[in-house]
Design a protein around this ligand. Structure first.
Ligand code: GCO
Length: 450
């Protein structure tokens, strides 16, 4: 068995749109997913998040389940339009009260809240004013961050600004798959990315002003390349591949364009060269704002791909064998990415790391015995956590791990077809059934070893 550090944070994660429901409850405004889910044919079987897991009404039950699992921490997001229905201006006190009650209940159960300000919940009213293309969004987001920090900063000690800008800009505005379903130009999405990063920096400033004790982080994602062998050249090839920027039609799916400005204070040279003719104005003040010091680096890691150094001295991906193991979403099962990803990230950014998401979708069903047996998830977790423990043992400063997700939920354009949860949700009745993996995770947390 392999031990994790004594103060290692074991958690689980969700996001507001995926679990809360009550899209108009108690004065909540609309966000872009409330709108998109009712005006697109891109969501499987026309599912929508109107009910989701009805967490807005059942949060105490869900916290009881977390308590039984024994998690130390719970990462969740605030629906911006639930607290600021128009994104700015008038505050919806009942919306704030929901999150206040949620936080109090977590603390009563000795579960540390880790809050994400933006898990894709752009208020529709701000979208209609240009959203991430409107430079004013930097202040809009800063004002929102300040409201949250002022209201919850005395109880919440950990705040991540953004979840996965790679996805909400790439899928939402470049490929047009996620809300708002736009296919913008590369130039427009580069400009949006600059506004997202400036908004991150502004939020850091406003949180520091309102709640100086809060630890602040950023939670991007990406695929994590890993070396085909332990040969130096293959490790170097994987390291290079880790920070490269893919072709234009998928350019946002990278680490460096998003994290180098936040943690190193500059965009990657490769990107500046490639996008030179379409860059927005980038000033030194912008870069100072973006690279406000933060305290922790979150990374959502699910999978990666094998890389070796090619004969031409360039990294090349190694094709997967036929029948390579995949999850219910068709994602490859690549535990090595939870060793090499955190290792490469820590080498580059030297910032304490939290795995803010990792998990697996399985075709879970309620068995004849009324239980949900999910040996595939337990096996996945054993493999990935073994690699994570090894990365820690080899020197990466990894502070915590959040299993995605606490419960089955609305998986964006996959609707409710994908079950990532430790807890099964019967959508017909709302019943929650902890899966075998919930008991297994409880024991891992209790022993703090894998
Ligand atoms: C993401 C999001 C989550 C997803 C999860 C499974 O990583 O896309 O943060 O909202 O539901 O990762 O896809």
């Amino acid at each position: 068995m392999m031990q994790f550090p004594n103060d290692f944070v074991w958690g689980t994660a969700t996001s507001s749109i995926q679990i809360e429901g009550s899209p108009a409850g108690d004065g909540k405004g609309k966000n872009i997913w409330d709108a998109y889910s009712h005006n697109t044919d891109r969501i499987r079987e026309n599912h929508n998040p109107d009910i989701a897991c009805d967490h807005y009404n059942r949060y105490k039950e869900d916290i009881d389940i977390m308590k039984k699992i024994g998690v130390h921490a719970y990462r969740f997001s605030i629906d911006w339009s639930r607290v600021l229905p128009d994104g700015t201006g008038k505050v919806n006190q009942k919306g704030l009260q929901f999150y206040s009650d949620l936080i109090d209940s977590l603390l009563e159960n000795k579960i540390e809240p880790y809050l994400t300000l933006y898990h894709w919940e752009l208020p529709l009213a701000l979208h209609q004013k240009g959203g991430w293309l409107n430079d004013e969004i930097v202040e809009w987001f800063g004002d929102y961050a300040a409201l949250i920090a002022r209201t919850f900063g005395g109880r919440v000690k950990n705040i991540f600004t953004f979840n996965e800008p790679q996805c909400f800009i790439g899928l939402g505005y470049l490929q047009g798959i996620h809300a708002p379903g736009y296919k913008c130009s590369v130039a427009e999405t580069i400009r949006m990315s600059h506004n997202v990063l400036k908004a991150h920096g502004r939020a850091v400033q406003r949180i520091r002003e309102a709640a100086p004790d809060v630890q602040i982080g950023f939670a991007p994602t990406c695929g994590m390349p890993y070396p085909a062998t332990d040969k130096k050249e293959d490790i170097e090839a994987a390291r290079q591949a880790m920070f490269e920027i893919p072709p234009d039609d998928n350019w946002t799916w990278n680490v460096s364009w998003w994290s180098d400005p936040v943690l190193l204070g500059h965009y990657p040279e490769e990107g500046l060269r490639r996008f030179h003719d379409i860059l927005p104005d980038i000033t030194s003040e912008d870069m100072k704002l973006i690279s406000q010091p933060i305290d922790m680096y979150g990374q959502n890691i699910y999978n990666g791909w094998m890389v070796r150094m090619g004969d031409n001295g360039q990294p090349e991906s190694v094709p997967r064998s036929i029948g390579y193991p995949v999850t219910a979403t068709g994602w490859p099962i690549t535990p090595e990415c939870l060793y090499w990803g955190p290792r490469f990230l820590y080498e580059r950014y030297h910032k304490p790391i939290y795995i803010t998401e990792n998990g697996i979708s399985c075709n879970d069903v309620i068995s004849l015995d009324g239980k949900v047996h999910d040996p595939g998830r337990i096996d996945f977790e054993k493999r990935y956590l073994t690699q994570l423990q090894k990365a820690i043992a080899d020197g990466a400063d990894i502070r915590g791990y959040f299993y995605w997700s606490l419960m089955d939920n609305f998986e964006w354009t996959e609707g409710y077809s994908q079950r990532f949860g430790l807890v099964y949700v019967d959508y017909a009745t709302g019943e929650r059934i902890p899966k075998d993996s919930a008991g297994w995770y409880h024991d891992v947390i209790a022993r703090n070893e894998i």
